[in-house]
Unconditional design. Sequence first.
Length: 398
Amino acid sequence: MSDLRERAQALDTGDALAPLRELFTLDDTVYLDGNSLGALPRHVPARVQEVLTREWGELRIRSWGESGWWTAPERIGDRIAPIVGAAAGQIVVGDSTSVNVFKALVAATRLAPEGRDEILVDARTFPTDGYIAASAARMTGHRIVPVDPADVPDALGPRTAAVLLNHVDYRSGRLHDLPGLTAAVRAAGAIAVWDLCHSAGALPVGLDEHGVDLAVGCTYKYLNGGPGSPAYLYVAERHQASFDSPLPGWTSHADPFAMTPGYTPADGAVRGRVGTPDILSMLALEASLDVWDGVGIEAVRAKSLALTDFFLECVEAYAPEGRVTSVTPAAHAERGSQVALRCDDAEPVMAELIARGVVGDLRRPDVLRFGFTPLYVGFADAERAARVLAGVLGAPTA
Ligand SMILES: *Cc1c(COP(=O)(O)O)cnc(C)c1O
């Protein structure tokens, strides 16, 4: 057996998180796409069945109160809070990330000091954030300034109202300096809005500790909430009283069942709600969060870095010279939980990888993306993925 295979086995044996894999429904493929759609925790189908048959089927309307449906958005927000370093009462679950980007960004312009007319947006942002920011800017009379996250400190000025950044770049896997950039944005008197889609559940975020103003994120990637599971919105407690949502739906009203014609916002995180919550998806998410019980995000981060280091080492050892180049930063401080490899023929290579049981994904035109989800991916998976990749790339003995 090769040296790297032996090391993989030893690393798996010493991995305190390894038993968590048993909590998930997996097969013998190597699943490295959990940064796009997290795997299914085994106990979730039974819980969803119970919601359908008991809570909906038998209790029907009573479940809004008796089954806790009405308060699910803020209750589940409080379950996500420790994973992203937030105290309770600041996160509400609901809607998609796209919709929450809209809420957060428009609200940010309303929180910012009068007369500021620029919104800085991560120039390489995930597309939906950019599209929504452009529309929000048109609606609110702001101007979008695309900026590389590293250049944000120089781009900030007396005209900056808000800054929208991705914590981890979805394509390259680069981790941006949330503490430093947030401090710079706040020092300039602007509002920092972070998109946590590729960091929440993969690494410590520290929303409260670093003074983030507003944040959004999805739950179907590293949080394993299921396809289309609802996203979340974080509004720091200091901003809640003046958080002015552009989508003030009735479920964010201080007294929703009074059905009054005038809008009075509820206090706290609830103010970020819009309409009737999507209960089935939301309760599947709630159940899936059980896998985090007793799991510390620091341990997840340590394993994630060890996994991506080990995968890169295996690729280096196995892959034919010059066929792939990592675009994921080598420095731990700049790395998320994925490895992105540039490859000229990325599309057929990924198709063949998937055919051989290694599931990653493709970011056109030339990026092979491998997500490492420490709750259920191990070191033997990383070694096997690199070995199969090398074979697909034409290495003779892999
Ligand atoms: C996955 C992802 C989204 C997804 O938005 P949806 O509204 O759920 O489709 C948004 N932003 C970033 C940075 C993402 O990685």
